[in-house]
Write a protein that binds this ligand. Structure first.
Ligand code: NAP
Length: 311
């Protein structure tokens, strides 16, 4: 057995076994990272689906039972549920355990979770920057994190061994790992993820409200661009409501910039300023090129046919 094939943890508890939690379980199984994977969800249908798929060794409808004797506990529910969960599990955590999460926002999550954690438990917040518009235990797959970044945002003074262990965990799940300050993470993700989702939700909502254009036409002619926004706008409503409620400051700051730039474009269109439009569109095309060069997407044209399941 090589060093890399040894389980990193005895028991891992996944609190939330939807897209992210179940993908973590599949990736853990693939890499042999845990001797025992415990999963928690509230609804019997979620637990039944997880049982059918078989990515966990034990399933629980009580988070306290799931975390008992766990070496690694990951919060993977919508972030609005983290505080309550942390409060509930805190007295049942094993001394020396590492608590982490997969939440899409970090400052608010740290504020919601850290105060409940007892001495001797290490908190290493994480955000795997990988996802799809699907949710639930059936949506997960082992390759979700391959080649994607996972950002860790531990507070200063966090046990360095615990941080190293979480880095190793994510690398063995296929990710590349970066560490940054939680506030900076929230600003970066506001522009790379949260505002784009808000724009998608908004444009799809606007189209749905139109009276002069029928819904049938919106759907029929969607390949003109609209369709690509609908994929993002199909993302889980609970998760995304919680993201906006918990990353308010950063999202509002980026939205302010976005609105100013949109007004400048509106003005360029009004005044027939083709040069401004052309220059911007040339700059943005180069950004697409850099994303492909960085291996974060492929250059293959996508005419609505399914390709890799990851986004
Ligand atoms: P998901 O597929 O909707 O799964 C959520 C899981 O949490 C389910 O097991 C659900 O099961 C459980 N849950 C929901 N509400 C709960 C509550 N109030 N209390 C306890 N359990 C609850 O969501 P996901 O996409 O995996 O997202 C999970 C986390 O990962 C979120 O914090 C999100 O911000 C983050 N994240 C998501 C993505 C993405 O693209 N989706 C990417 C990176 C990070 P029951 O309903 O049966 O309880």
């Amino acid at each position: 057995m090589t060093m890399d094939s040894k389980p990193l943890f005895g028991k891992v508890a996944l609190l939330g076994i939807g897209l992210i939690g179940s993908s973590m379980a599949h990736a853990m199984r693939r890499a042999g990272l845990a001797a025992h994977i415990a999963g928690f969800a509230r609804n019997p249908e979620t637990l039944d689906a997880a049982e059918r798929i078989g990515f966990a060794d034990s399933l629980h409808d009580d988070p306290r039972a799931a975390v008992r004797d766990a070496d690694f506990v990951v919060l993977a529910t919508p972030v609005g549920a983290f505080a309550e969960l942390a409060k509930e599990i805190a007295p049942h955590l094993k001394r020396g355990a590492i608590v982490s999460d997969a939440g899409s926002v970090k400052t608010a999550v740290i504020g919601a979770v850290a105060p409940y954690l007892p001495q001797g438990v290490h908190f290493v917040p994480a955000h795997p920057i990988a996802g799809t518009e699907q949710s639930g235990p059936e949506a997960g797959f082992a390759e979700l994190f391959d080649g994607r970044w996972c950002v860790l945002t531990p507070a200063a003074g966090t046990d360095s061994q615990a941080i190293e262990t979480v880095k190793t965990f994510w690398r063995r799940c296929g990710s590349e790992v970066e560490t940054m300050d939680a506030k900076h993470h929230d600003l970066v993700l506001a522009i790379t993820s949260h505002v784009p989702h808000l724009i998608a939700y908004n444009i799809v909502g606007t189209a749905d409200d139109l009276e002069a254009v029928t819904q049938g036409e919106v759907i029929k002619y969607s390949a003109g661009g609209f369709r690509d926004f609908t994929r993002i706008a199909a993302s889980d409503p609970t998760m995304w409501r919680d993201v906006f409620l918990n990353n308010r400051e950063a999202v509002l700051e980026m939205l302010g910039r976005f609105t100013e730039d949109l007004t400048a474009l509106q003005r360029a269109i009004r005044w027939g300023d083709g040069e401004t439009l052309f220059n911007l569109f040339t700059r943005t095309r180069a950004i697409r090129r850099s994303i492909i060069d960085a291996g974060q997407d492929t250059a293959a044209p996508n005419f609505g046919r399914s390709r890799a399941r990851r986004s």
